[in-house]
Design a protein around this ligand. Sequence first.
Ligand code: HEM
Ligand code: HEM
Length: 179
Amino acid sequence: MLKNTSDSYGWGARLFHWTMFLIIAGLVIGGNIISDMPAGPDKTTLLGMHKSFGVVILFLAVCRLIWRLANERPQDLGKSPLENRLGHAMHIFLYVLILEQPVIGILMSQSLGYPVSPFNMATLPTIIGENAHWGKILLNLHSATGGVLAVAVTLHAAAALKHHFIEKDRTLLRMILGK
Ligand code: HEM
Ligand code: HEM
């Protein structure tokens, strides 16, 4: 089923979830590798890919949020109301992170004087002009929130595994198989 039901996730939500997981994992790992590389053509090529896929994530995150709001949320399977509430709070926090991380990346690139041209197809409009001071602040912020995202996803995945292996409920399976 395309849409969610009160019992499970439809393939729309599942496709968003796992496609974005793969791209974001690549962006976090790739971002850390790129930032340690010396300046040169290899770094420029990888950075171009990082920026392009980062813009793709921003687009997908906006579409996913709209899809999420247009769908019902499957009922919680956890037995602890507190843990269920923490789970929701984490989902909201993850949405904030996948929206702000690419936005900061775009602002950082522009303020450092580098245009953002996803896959060399078109150049994004300038939101912030060249400003080395802001560029440095935004670079530090992009790096810090990248770390926060990695920690948040690890906790979120650990909670999913706890549901599966300890509580033995269908929370993980319904996000993978939809049943
Ligand atoms: C969800 C999307 C994104 C994630 C998870 C992400 C993650 C990261 C991470 C973890 C780093 C390494 C930071 C460090 O350790 O210093 C990084 C670096 C960077 N990212 Fe992103 N990023 C995303 C989107 C973007 C976007 C959209 C742009 C620009 C259009 C961008 C531009 C950069 C740049 C310029 C660097 C610096 C590389 C260097 O240090 O030379 N990122 N990113
Ligand atoms: C970039 C990494 C990830 C992000 C940003 C993310 C984000 C989210 C969000 C926002 C939701 C709420 C449903 C929705 O609106 O789509 C969710 C649900 C879920 N995620 Fe993730 N997720 C990530 C990685 C993972 C991983 C690695 C696992 C498993 C190992 C996982 C397992 C689940 C499960 C089982 C649910 C359903 C939870 C429930 O029904 O209460 N996620 N995820």
